[in-house]
Design a protein around this ligand. Structure first.
Ligand code: G6P
Length: 486
């Protein structure tokens, strides 16, 4: 790490790379935090940390995190990893901003998830939550301003922090700010479900950055379309280029580009060889036997389309009886956002459908579907290793790294049934069997095609996915964004 403070890189995200818990003696213990965002950022940050230093700011999520934040603890992960500063945002402010706005409004807008006859409803309660979202973003902007000097580069992550770039710009005009959106971006007609002032405020907040990144060109283009539709009357000027463009607004220019996040295939395969993964593979192999394996691995999120995926499997077994007894579907769907009623209800429906499929087709010596809702990383890696067919069928997704990880880890090469609405579809394209995620019958047919695919063809396609993923490995992904700030 150099002594030059202007080489510092600050990262800001809601969920950070460590979380605290209380040890039995009441002391604080730090452990590595989970989530795709963290694992995507970590590998690239190691090199940046060695170069100029990194500090990661995140929200305190648990009681133990709050205590750590109040004590001013700067937790460290492994040696060489970024120190972390947690922000102790008042609990009710945090809950309203995180559950009320980030996850229930912005997430729903970008994934096109609203049940529009009923929701959304922008009323007084929404306005209270929005005020909390503003306060939450301001808390981040204030802390980032405190930590930065002229020349500091700041990497703001995701829809939780859409307003922070502008707020930070107002506090520290001389620093360089990037924002990366890990979700898709809504097309203008859907984005404009948001109240007009909120739709404009989100764009204005992000345009406080120098550079905006998205996982796919499609989401970058949708962002530019929204700028045109919402800020057109306010003098915005947009120029488009191959992978993004530029937005001139309020006297400054913001670059917009696609930076698809890939996977470090070598590191992932090495992890897949470790003892805990081998043990998990041995356990999973038991009920599978010599049968073919269809694998899905998701957080149980509304966007992941697990219900239609299971319905497609049911239709496969109903319409193609030759697969009965010949295939096992491993559906690993670990819990997510159980603070939201919609998520709890969705998880119940996934359980119910899985029970129905096993009751309808199961026999004494064959369970057609193994559904497991535990968060077990080694087992997820082991399942990828066993896959003959991987199904990744989100309604919409920023990237979806599992679509890359499955083929990379599959021992024999796997066929990938992939939603054309996942960002990964732009990266992987023809190597997958692309499906319309709403079309259950077409998805069932794609599962059939995947099960029928010759071994050599599966290997060829998996190698192509591995090459595409490796070309965009996390180190390169981060370096490209930092280069865009220089
Ligand atoms: C998904 C999204 C990310 C987001 C994360 C936050 O993984 O793709 O863009 O950062 O959810 O969810 P969490 O439950 O960790 O708050």
């Amino acid at each position: 790490m150099t002594d030059d403070p202007s080489r510092l890189v600050l990262v800001a995200s809601n969920r950070g790379p460590v979380s605290f818990s209380f040890a039995p003696d009441g002391s604080l213990a730090a452990r590595r935090g989970g989530g795709g965002l963290v694992s995507g950022l970590m590998p690239g940050l190691a090199a940046v940390a060695a170069d100029g230093g990194v500090l990661w700011l995140c929200a305190a999520l648990s009681d133990a995190d709050r205590v750590a934040a109040r004590l001013g603890e700067r937790a460290h992960g492994a040696p060489g990893e970024a120190p972390v500063r947690m922000l102790d945002i008042p609990q009710d402010t945090f809950a309203a901003a995180y559950n009320g706005i980030a996850n229930s409004v912005l997430w729903f807008v970008h994934h096109l998830l609203f049940d529009t006859p009923v929701k959304p409803r922008f009323d007084a309660a929404f306005r209270r939550d929005w005020a909390a979202y503003v306060a939450y973003n301001q808390a981040f902007a204030d802390a980032l301003a405190e930590e930065s000097v002229t020349g500091t580069r700041v990497l703001v992550q995701d829809y939780h922090l859409a307003l922070a770039p502008r707020m930070l710009r107002d506090l520290r005009p001389g620093i360089r700010i990037a924002h990366f959106e890990h979700t898709p971006w809504a097309p203008p007609d859907y984005y404009r479900l948001l109240p007009d002032d909120i739709a404009a405020a989100v764009l204005d907040g992000m345009l406080g950055a120098d550079h905006l990144g998205f996982h796919s060109q499609r989401w970058a283009a949708a962002f530019l379309d929204c700028c045109e539709a919402v800020l057109g009357a306010r003098g915005v000027r947009i120029s488009r280029s191959g992978t993004g463009g530029e937005v001139s607004y309020r006297g400054r220019v913001t670059g917009v580009a696609a930076h698809p996040l890939g996977v470090d295939a070598g590191a992932l395969r090495a992890r897949g060889q470790e003892a805990d993964v081998r043990t998990a593979a041995a356990v999973l192999s038991g009920p599978v036997g010599e049968r073919q394996v269809i694998v899905r691995i998701d957080r149980t999120e509304l966007s992941k389309n697990i219900l239609r995926g299971l319905a497609a499997y049911r239709e496969l077994l109903a319409t193609r009886p030759q697969w009965r007894g010949q295939v096992v579907h491993l559906a690993l769907a670990y819990p997510s956002r159980s603070g939201l009623a919609e998520y709890r209800a969705y998880t119940e429906r996934v359980h119910d459908l899985a029970r129905e499929i096993n009751a309808e087709f199961g026999t004494d010596d064959w369970d057609p579907l193994i559904l497991d809702l535990k968060d077990d990383y080694p087992r997820s890696l082991a399942a990828c290793g066993l896959a003959d067919v991987m199904i990744v069928n989100p309604i919409r997704d920023g990237m979806n790294l599992v679509a890359q990880e499955g083929p990379i880890l599959s021992e024999r090469g796997c066929a990938l049934v992939l939603s054309r609405e996942a960002g990964a579809a732009s990266l992987i394209g023809d190597s997958a069997l692309l499906v319309n995620p709403y079309d259950v019958s077409a998805t069932a047919e794609a599962l059939h095609a995947g099960l029928c695919m010759a071994a050599g063809e599966r290997q060829r396609r998996s190698a192509a996915v591995t090459a595409a993923a490796s070309a965009q490995a996390p180190q390169r992904w981060l370096a490209d964004q930092l280069a865009a700030l220089s």
